[in-house]
Design a protein around this ligand. Structure first.
Ligand code: 26V
Length: 801
């Protein structure tokens, strides 16, 4: 069925028929969930042919395909994106209006697909959308977790984690199980080498556990181009022939555990066996399938890099080069050198954090127990690497620092770098830091492997879907071309001094704020005025992201107002959303403190509503769609050098918030695009931070004792001003004073306060502010993930459309 010819009437017929046949119910009686399922089924029928056709064409044309391996994908809801990309969103909305069905309610019946923690997983999902949209052949490869990222509730100010059983009663309506593509995965047991019938050494597996990997494909629909790619998510099953090995329920459950949960931790690296199994399971399943489908083309295996790219998203799939070697050498009989050459040309790796503690290292004993054969292969790769460098006459210390296996640990980033041809960071500054610091030794060895790919966002979701009023205002100003070509937003610059246009943009921001204000009232009971500045910090709770610096400033304002209730300030609403890793004690204390501070402030009538603090629970992609377009101020205040890129900063920019930022991650590139006048920058630079490290001259207690305003603010944590937070308050106090303030909050406090004062004065002049806001939207086109993925495709993967 070609969708260009689809009429509203036809859609209504299809919808009613499906509802009647499959749910045995009529429209008025159906629940939103039933209506949602039905709608999903109807649109599945609409796109199935294109999906089949895409798969057929790719294998027929023998095009090179990139496979993006990621342990996380965080798409959020898919319904509206799918409708938008199929070009029938407006048609369906009109059809529903005729049927008297509330589209919003149906949309909200879909559970967020939250198979990711934060930026890394969201980026992977963005890349899936952009691959389909740009037309490059690129498939995702990940895990089909039964439970996604935990649901966060706030109880008495504390974070409580609940399981995210996202399948619910509906299941995943988009996925298709592919039984014909199952593969087996071997774990544990012993491996020894025996001479086979051809006189070659080949591994014999003894007592290995054999598990079945079952793929579920989720369609990735390109924007108005008929392209549909796959996101392949693997689930685990016990093969029938091995069922006797699992006599008890507990035995079976231990297997199901492999895909049961997404690890909710992006703050503390833990070398847990289950995690290693997860990583290997999806990597091996993906690579086995890739080799099988390549061989169907009848081409020689030693040239597989000509048709296949395997991308390693962070270190989680970094076992890939070793597993690929195992398959090529052991299972398909390639010689080591030929296998190694094609492996290196196939693999590429993205690093997502400069925090070296985040780079995975596996205990060699554990690794050997779980993956005995892969372990042997890693030793061989490492030995050859070391021998090669020694032969080149390289410095022995350099060799020791870069080798894969040392001190009883396997360094996965080292394997990914040695076993691949490309290493990239995710923003300019981040890539520079990788070269000069975190991965410097590898940069010395392989300068040609290093490159930058600044992150991006799916502009369609953050404008057309999340900000419909803004999108309409843009249409009115520059026409609709920008919906296809985001760089057209530049045309808005011509209207930067057009009062009518500025007033219109101001008005749409007010509408988005009103929507959020309503949600805030409903969910927290706090009343906020849309005349206030909506000042937003939403992201994972992490010390380096410095939500606490934001808190210090709020406490300062609190004391200012207590001293002088008539203080002349634009009313402010500080809005937070953040999940803390369940085991991250400090982060949870910050959440508790924000909530107690919010209680104190929101219930103090003497503040005359000039100050409000709101913590919105369960921040996720869908909540972001509500919050982002409503922000006036985007808080991007990480300690310079720590935030690899950030991506919410880009979403806020594109929907007209002013960025209040340190010179970190992609903030720098945002500043370069929008210009110094349209952003508020403050704080230590990366060089200044590194200077403190080198000189060991930072002494937070000194800063605290010499700054009475700051001292009063910090003392607020421990003097009983904020109720119900004694232990959290002293924990925070200790981090700032006793433990010397690892992230330089006190060093940046004065600069941050001044920057906030600047925000206040800029906002007073509605015209100035609206102009800045417009300029941000106009210059945000650089941050489309369509362009980011094009750079990956052309510069790393060498793909053709
Ligand atoms: C993980 C860990 C685990 C061990 C201890 C410390 C630590 C710190 C950070 C992380 C984050 C894992 C990687 C990650 O999510 N990085 C994010 O990737 C985004 C997409 O590239 C990027 O925008 C964010 O700046 C970056 O933090």
């Amino acid at each position: 069925m070609t969708l260009e010819n689809l009429t509203k009437e036809q859609f209504i017929r299809d919808f009613k028929d499906t509802l009647h046949e499959e749910q045995l119910i009529k429209v008025p009686a159906a629940t939103p969930a039933e209506l949602f399922t039905t709608l999903a089924k109807v649109i599945r029928k609409y796109y199935t042919d294109s999906w089949l056709e895409r798969n057929r064409k790719l294998s027929e044309e023998q095009q090179k395909i990139a496979y993006y391996f990621s342990i996380e994908f965080l798409p959020g809801r898919m319904l509206e994106t799918n409708l938008l990309n199929l070009g029938i969103l407006d048609l369906v909305k009109a059809g529903f209006a005729d049927l008297d069905v509330d589209f919003e309610a149906v949309k909200n019946a879909e559970h967020d697909m939250a198979l990711g923690n934060g930026g890394l997983g969201r980026l992977a999902a963005a890349f899936m959308d952009s691959l389909a949209t740009t037309g490059y052949p690129g498939f995702g490869n990940g895990l089909r977790y039964k439970y996604g990222l935990f649901k966060q509730r706030i109880v008495d100010g504390y974070q409580v984690e609940l399981p995210d059983s996202w399948f619910g009663s509906i299941g995943n309506v988009w996925e298709v199980r592919k039984d014909h593509d199952v593969v087996d995965i071997k774990l544990f047991g012993d491996v020894y080498l025996a001479i086979d019938e051809n006189g070659k050494f080949s591994p014999v597996y003894k007592d290995a556990q054999v598990l079945r990997a079952v793929p579920y494909d989720v369609p990735q629909i390109g924007f108005e181009n008929g392209n549909i790619n796959n996101l392949r998510l693997w689930d685990v099953e016990i093969p029938e022939e091995y069922e006797l090995n699992y006599p008890t329920l507990a035995d079976r459950r231990a297997v199901q555990d492999i895909t049961a949960i997404l690890y909710p931790d992006d703050s503390n690296y833990e070398g847990k066996q289950l995690r290693l199994v997860q990583e290997y399971f999806m990597t091996s399943a993906g690579l086995q399938t890739i080799i099988k489908s390549y061989l169907k083309q009848g081409l020689p295996l030693e040239n597989i890099h000509e048709k296949v790219s395997v991308h390693i998203n962070d270190t989680h799939p970094a076992v890939a080069p070793a597993e690929f070697m195992r398959l090529l050498v052991d299972e398909y009989g390639l010689e080591w050198d030929a296998a190694w050459s094609t492996t290196v040309q196939t693999m590429s790796y993205t690093n997502h954090t400069i925090l070296s503690e985040a780079l995975e290292k596996w205990d060699a004993g554990l690794f050997k127990k779980v993956l005995p054969r892969v372990y042997q292969i890693i030793l061989e790769i490492d030995n050859r690497f070391v021998a090669g460098l020694a032969q080149e006459g390289r410095d022995a210390d350099l060799i020791e620092r870069t080798r894969i296996v040392k001190n009883g640990q396997i360094h996965m980033a080292n394997l990914a770098i040695i076993g691949g041809h490309s290493v990239n960071g995710v923003a300019k500054l981040h890539t520079e830091l990788l070269k000069e610091d975190t991965l410097h030794d590898f940069y010395v060895l392989y300068p040609e492997k290093f490159n930058n790919k600044t992150n991006g966002i799916v502009q369609r979701r953050w404008t057309q879907i999340a900000a419909p009023e803004l999108s309409a205002a843009i249409d009115e100003t520059i026409g609709k071309e920008w919906r296809k070509d985001i760089h057209q937003l530049k045309k808005l610059e011509a209207f930067a001094d057009d009062d009518a246009v500025l007033a219109n943009f101001y008005q749409v921001k007010q509408e988005a704020k009103a929507r959020l204000a309503k949600y805030i009232l409903e969910t927290t009971g706090v009343e906020v005025s849309t005349d206030a500045i909506f000042d937003v910090q939403v992201k994972r709770l992490h010390a380096y992201k410095r939500q606490l610096l934001n808190v210090l400033h709020i406490i300062k304002l609190y004391w200012d107002l207590k001293d002088n209730p008539d203080k002349d300030m634009v009313p402010r609403v500080f809005i937070f959303g953040a999940k803390a890793a369940p085991g991250y004690h400090f982060a949870k204390s910050v959440i508790k403190l924000i909530n107690e501070l919010a209680n104190l402030i929101n219930n103090d009538a003497s503040l005359q509503s000039k100050l409000k603090v709101v913590f919105l629970e369960n921040y996720n992609v869908s909540l972001a769609e509500l919050i982002v377009p409503a922000a006036n101020v985007s808080e991007q205040i990480s300690t310079a050098s720590k935030e690899a890129s950030g991506t919410s900063n880009m979403k806020f920019m594109m929907t007209g918030a002013i960025t209040l930022a340190t010179l970190d991650g992609a903030n720098i590139e945002i500043k370069d695009e929008c210009g110094d006048d349209n952003i508020v920058i403050f704080g230590l630079t990366k060089d200044e931070v590194y200077d403190h490290y080198a000189k060991h001259d930072y002494y937070s207690r000194g800063v605290y004792e010499n700054n009475p305003v700051l001292k009063r603010v910090v003392d607020t944590f421990i003097n009983g001003t904020i109720p119900n937070s004694q232990s959290e308050g002293s924990e925070i106090y200790d981090a700032l004073i006793t433990q010397n303030d690892e992230y330089f909050l006190l060093a940046d406090f004065d600069a941050y306060v001044s920057a906030q004062e600047r925000i206040d004065s800029l906002y007073r002049d509605q015209r100035t502010w609206s102009r800045m806001s417009l300029m941000n939207i106009a210059t945000s086109g650089k941050f489309t993930s369509d362009d980011t993925i094009t750079e990956y495709a052309e510069e790393i993967w060498n793909l053709k459309k």
